[in-house]
Ligand binder design. Structure first.
Ligand code: AMP
Ligand code: TRP
Length: 341
């Protein structure tokens, strides 16, 4: 992985998105992705969007799609994305995403999509396979390439999608001349992967984990405490970081450490001779403390839907400028006539 350089004259561009597929982001989204967005927005020209078109690959009630799209955008901001600095917008508000995806789809081999592990996993778990789900990675490639993004900060689970994006960009450039910037994934090695509380060998997931296994950023203090206090640990009594042998205790240490800023070694020393009850109580305190300001900001944003709309309108205005320029380039490259404006 190459590290983004911050001393270039113009700030390099970063872009990332999340799907609005649940009623709240969970602690894994926050610690695994959102905190990186927030720290990177200082040094990069940042674009963050709600991947509402991607969310349609899962059949959902339209009212629910609307609600979750607003909540997801509000949670980006409540989590620290600064809309004055970064463009926050809805994917579907930038017209050319599906257009560029179509053009890229016509350069993509069936076999390349057949290899995508996320599609294989989702269909193996019984999700019905519509064509949208199959071509999901092509739309994601369009999302990224349309913004000339230098870096794409995501979790490890998105690596394969970034590889196909790079392949498509390189192929397109070779066939049609230099059109796209080839992006680099930005997957910080140290970024936390948060596991389910009920089964600490599975990743905490908004769509697959049971309620009791996920800490939602919208949970009440009581719910958060209850979930942490019931987290599955093991039959020993020693607080020790050992993800193989002690996945439950290790996960609690990671949550504590990433939120409190204290190292896992320090925590281990602090908890020497103390039981799991003490550890859980302290983790619950740290989680509640972290979630409180987030929820206060969330309440303000949801109380003032007009302000959220203004933020999204400003964001999309910035996004459209960049997207229009690349889309013109792409259309011209493949031989589509310019449309009258
Ligand atoms: P998703 O909810 O799968 O759309 O994920 C949105 C973002 O959060 C992606 O960048 C993921 O890599 C990240 N993410 C999701 N679940 C976790 C988790 N349990 N731990 C760390 N990062 C996660
Ligand atoms: N597939 C990503 C996820 O599930 C969401 C996404 C869609 C995305 N388009 C993107 C992420 C472009 C980064 C860049 O998390």
């Amino acid at each position: 992985m190459s590290t983004p350089s911050t001393d270039a004259p113009a700030r390099p561009r970063i872009l990332s998105g999340m799907q609005p597929t649940s009623d709240s982001l969970h602690l894994g989204n926050y610690l695994g992705a959102l905190v990186n967005w927030v720290s990177m927005q200082e040094d990069f020209d940042a674009y963050f969007f709600v991947a509402d078109l991607h969310a349609l690959t899962v059949p959902t009630d339209p009212e629910v799609v609307r609600r979750r799209t607003r909540v997801t955008a509000a949670q980006f901001i409540a989590g620290g994305v600064d809309p004055e600095r970064s463009a926050v917008f809805c994917q579907s508000h930038v017209g050319p995403h599906p257009e560029v995806a179509w053009i890229l789809a016509c350069q993509t081999a069936m076999g390349e999509m057949n290899r995508m592990t996320q599609f294989k996993d989702k269909t193996a778990k019984g999700q019905n396979a519509n064509v949208g789900l199959f071509t999901y990675p092509v739309l994601m490639a369009a999302d990224i390439l349309m913004y000339d993004a230098a870096f794409v900060p995501v979790g490890e689970d998105q690596r394969q999608h970034l590889e196909i994006t790079r392949d498509l960009a390189l192929r397109f450039n070779q066939r049609f001349g230099e059109t796209f910037r080839v992006p680099e994934p930005y997957i910080p090695k140290a970024s936390a992967k948060i596991m389910e509380l009920t089964d600490p060998t599975s990743k905490m997931s908004g769509t697959n984990s049971p309620d009791k296994g996920i800490l939602l950023l919208s949970d009440t203090e009581k719910q958060l405490r209850k979930k942490v206090m019931s987290a599955v640990t093991d039959t020993e009594a020693e607080v020790r970081f050992d993800p193989e042998a002690k996945p439950g205790v290790s996960n609690l240490l990671v949550v504590h450490s990433t939120l409190s800023g204290r190292s896992v070694e320090q925590l281990q020393a602090d908890f020497a001779g103390r039981g799991y009850g003490d550890l859980k109580k302290e983790v619950a305190d740290v989680v509640v403390e972290a979630v409180r300001p987030f929820q206060e900001r969330m309440a303000e944003l949801l109380d003032d839907p007009a302000e959220l709309d203004r933020i999204l309108a400003r964001g999309v205005e910035r996004a459209r400028v960049v997207a229009a320029a690349t889309t013109d380039r792409v259309r011209d490259a493949v031989g589509l006539l310019p449309a009258a404006r």
